[in-house]
Design a protein around this ligand. Structure first.
Ligand SMILES: [Zn+2]
Length: 278
């Protein structure tokens, strides 16, 4: 069975890399066979959960503590100012509190993995794996093997799987609060990729245009309500609410808001944030 699973993963990776879509012609053949499996051969069985979020069991104790700290911080966060109102409206929340934001997140992402799950570019803070996978096959029959949790069928955009890279967990002395806020902003960014339908399925990024700092890289959003906008509004409202942030931390948050905004190409194009595969 293990050999079969490995073969299936290989098959799905090859088709992902080549950009072809075998599922369109052979859905029945591939049904139940598309398994994205951890490349780690290390067996582990212990389960680590934070609230409704399940963590891959390879998570180190140190990274687990950082992530738990993020969610604890989020729970008691105060978000203020016009950005907070806009964020509330964009996320469709009746109230904007740390708890309501956590609820919103837990409805989009159910599993968090670290870099031990598989290859991740060393500069990447996070990636929404389930959205990319569903986007290619556009049919709810992809399966992930989550270390410590077994096979999980991605049968809805709500079964979100995100992978966090090593840069996500970096915390610098004197920037603990802004680094924590950056981590939470990344989590919300990835959660936004679990939404959308049609052309905005997964709020996929597009290549940045000529003249942009990141020209040609998939770091830009065509919509004014995509992942980078959510990230920017979160930075702005966290900055307005962070009375205890140092001047250095406030500068750091302002800078991150600025570079998030740079990735948003349109002020006016609002994309459909409802779910295609609910
Ligand atoms: Zn993204």
């Amino acid at each position: 069975m293990k050999i079969l699973l490995r073969a299936c993963v290989l098959l799905s990776f090859i088709s992902l890399l080549s950009g072809c879509n075998p599922a369109r012609d052979s859905r029945n053949f591939y049904r139940d066979m598309l398994v994205l499996r951890s490349v780690s051969d290390r067996e582990c069985v212990s389960r680590k959960d934070i609230g409704r979020i399940h963590l891959g069991c390879h998570f180190s104790d140190e990274n687990y503590a950082i992530l738990k700290g993020d969610f604890d911080y989020l729970r008691r966060m105060e978000l203020r100012g016009p950005a907070a109102e806009k964020l509330q409206q964009m996320l469709g929340l009746q109230t904007l509190t740390g708890e309501s934001l956590l609820d919103w997140f837990e409805d989009k992402i159910q599993f968090l993995l670290d870099e031990t799950f598989g290859y991740l570019d060393a500069s990447v803070r996070g990636v929404n794996l389930s959205s990319s996978f569903l986007n290619v096959y556009r049919n709810p029959f992809s399966i992930f093997e989550i270390p410590g949790h077994g096979l999980v069928e991605i049968n809805s955009q709500k079964v979100g799987v995100a992978q966090l890279g090593a840069p996500f967990f970096k915390i610098f002395v004197g920037q603990e609060k802004s680094d924590t806020i950056k981590q939470i902003a990344t989590l919300f960014h990835e959660a936004r990729h679990s939404q959308g339908r049609g052309a905005s399925f997964g709020f996929q990024h597009i290549p940045c245009p000529e003249g942009h700092r990141d020209v040609g890289k998939f770091y830009c959003d065509p919509c004014n309500n995509g992942a980078y906008t959510i990230q920017k509004l979160f930075f702005d409202s966290a900055l307005a609410g962070c009375d205890e942030c140092s001047d250095m931390e406030k500068i750091e948050l302002s800078f991150n808001s600025y570079i998030s905004k740079e990735s948003v190409l349109s002020d006016t194009i609002e994309c459909d944030a409802t779910l295609e595969i609910p």
